[in-house]
Ligand binder design. Structure first.
Ligand SMILES: Cc1cc2nc3c(=O)[nH]c(=O)nc-3n(C[C@H](O)[C@H](O)[C@H](O)COP(=O)(O)OP(=O)(O)OC[C@H]3O[C@@H](n4cnc5c(N)ncnc54)[C@H](O)[C@@H]3O)c2cc1C
Length: 520
């Protein structure tokens, strides 16, 4: 049993309780002032828990040094807990993996790859972008000194390229997003002005406001100010506008947005750490210190009783098994992996663990001898908009104007045909063959590739957890005596597919653990 500390009898002062007390004294406006001035306004992950008190001598093991486990470890360290993180790999970050020269992995029942990119080149094969609303992650970056740069999520120079009949006469034609925006808005404005001039629109406007409306449509810059026609113009780029009905038929316009989203994959602005997404977990690693994380420690069993928890892990380098004891264990490994671990949780909990599904995510980085997309096409970041079987194909938002670069040749979260069952070489050929329809230079400039299909990656066995139902999330967040689950799949905010979800899951597990430990 853990020893009781002098503070053990005190109730835990959570940030919420602190703010409630403040409110009791000064009313809700005082709460708002305190929240804004302390920079505590909730982001997507909610509000970071402000916990106080220290249970004397309580020993905690955290399993997994992905973002969720690192959040738990970092915050436990601040509270003064005695903790260790057991990590099966030889690095922190889990899915937050930046592949660079000499990175390697062997697929489950498959091939070994060793990255042959030049020094200085890299690709984020897991998370790669952070929406500005993900303040849980962004505030940690600030606190940990992880420098960020803009992630270009939309570039007007990007191409649309749709194959097949669906896109009509614009099938297999490269159309720039800039051209699409200009032509769609230009044609629309011309039609509107024409209809107004011919009194075909029954507008709920006065005559003066109708004239102001026409002036607004012209002042947007698409229409000729004398005849109110939409014609070729400089900002659109060279060439005549595409035919309006051909554009409507193409379906390209469905992907056009004038105001970027606040959240999700279409958010803007977005950020990414300079030097790769792994700089984020490495920031935690630095702050946690050198002796708290045990690498190459594959947890094999977790057994609890009323007195404590016994964990057995395999040192994957020496092959030796080690038994460690703790008062509490926070399990931050993916549930896909946990399902195969010998752990004494309740049948209800194990059912929820097994019911959680993970995305079939894959990414492929393609190192290029020359940044032809910049030099030949003036594309700086952003994505290709296509219906090619590549998922997302993207251009790097870093190291502009350098000689070489890494394209994201494929990013999918569902199966792409039967690629998963093919040798890596065939997967690379698939990507090069399709990408060369848009960028014919790609074969000549291709140097090497690195492919990660997360289902086939040990210690992940899948991509991100798909959002679970509220009932399942409630089950997963229950404290079962001395064991608490904390990976992104347990996120209370239902955003397990983002690092922000891993942060909120970590905070939830930390709060539950602390309340449990303070009660002991
Ligand atoms: C392709 C892809 C793209 C994504 N894009 C984005 C994005 O752009 N932005 C964003 O914010 N999020 C993105 N995400 C989601 C984000 O990566 C996850 O939500 C988050 O990283 C999950 O963190 P975690 O700590 O829960 O899990 P993990 O990162 O999986 O960490 C679990 C840790 O447990 C360890 N472990 C496993 N088994 C054992 C064992 N037996 N013993 C000890 N340790 C073990 C693992 O090695 C790992 O370090 C993406 C995910 C994928 C797959």
């Amino acid at each position: 049993m853990p020893k009781k500390s002098p503070t053990a009898a005190l109730p835990v002062l959570t940030r919420r309780r602190f703010l409630e007390r403040l409110g009791a004294v000064g009313g809700s406006s005082l709460i708002m002032t305190a929240m804004t001035s302390l920079d505590l306004m909730a982001g997507q992950a909610g509000v970071r828990p402000a916990l106080t008190g220290r249970p004397g001598g309580a020993k905690v093991l955290v399993i997994g040094a992905g973002v969720s486990g690192l959040v738990v470890g970092y915050e436990l360290g601040k509270l003064g807990y005695d903790f260790r993180i057991l990590e099966a790999r030889d690095r922190v970050g889990g899915l937050a993996w930046t592949v660079r020269r000499s990175s390697e992995h062997t697929e489950i029942n498959g091939e070994r790859q060793v990255c042959a990119f030049d020094e200085g080149l890299s690709v984020n094969v897991g998370p790669w972008r952070i929406p500005y609303t993900h303040t849980g992650v962004l505030n940690y970056c600030k606190e940990l000194g992880v420098p960020l740069q803009i992630f270009v999520n939309e570039s007007d120079a990007s191409y649309f390229y749709y194959e097949g009949n669906a896109a009509g006469s614009l099938s297999s034609t490269r159309v720039r997003l800039r051209e699409l925006k200009a032509d769609m808005i230009g044609h629309t404005n011309e039609l509107l002005v024409k209809a107004i001039d011919q009194r075909q629109l029954d507008l709920p406007l006065t005559a003066e406001d109708t004239q102001r409306f026409v002036s607004f449509l012209v002042a947007q810059g698409y229409l000729d100010s004398s005849d109110h026609r939409y014609k070729a113009f400089t900002n659109r780029g060279p060439g005549d506008p595409y035919d309006f009905s051909a554009l409507l038929r193409s379906g390209f316009g469905n992907r056009m947005r004038s105001i970027p989203a606040r959240d999700g994959t279409a958010a803007a602005p977005m950020f990414h750490p300079i030097g790769g997404m792994d700089q984020f977990p490495k920031g935690f690693q630095r702050a946690i210190g050198p002796n708290r994380i045990v690498f190459n420690a594959e947890t094999q069993s977790v057994h609890q009783n009323d007195a404590g928890v016994k964990v057995v892990y395999l040192d994957t380098k020496s092959g030796r098994k080690t038994e460690v004891n703790a008062d509490y264990v926070v399990v931050c490994m993916p549930l896909s992996v946990l399902a195969g671990v010998d752990i004494n949780l309740s049948p209800e909990m194990m059912e929820a663990v097994r019911a959680t599904t993970y995305s079939n995510s894959a990414k492929m980085g393609l190192a290029m001898k020359r940044r032809f997309w910049e030099e030949d096409d003036q594309i700086f970041g952003g994505h290709l908009y296509s219906n090619l079987p590549l998922g997302e194909f993207s251009y790097p938002s870093n190291d502009y104007f350098s000689r070489k670069g890494v394209l994201l040749g494929l990013y999918a979260n569902v199966a792409v045909g039967n690629l998963l069952d093919q040798p890596v070489k065939a997967r690379v050929e698939h990507v090069l063959m399709h990408a060369s329809k848009v960028h014919p230079q790609i074969r000549q400039e291709f140097e090497s590739a690195y492919a990660v299909w997360w289902r086939r990656v040990r210690y992940s066995q899948g991509g991100y957890a798909s959002g679970a139902t509220t009932a399942r999330r409630a089950q997963l967040s229950k404290v079962e005596n001395r064991i608490i689950l904390g990976s992104a799949a347990t996120a209370p905010s239902s955003e397990p597919d983002w690092q922000e979800g891993a942060v909120s899951a970590g905070w939830q597990a930390l709060t539950s653990l602390h309340e449990r430990a303070m009660r002991a």
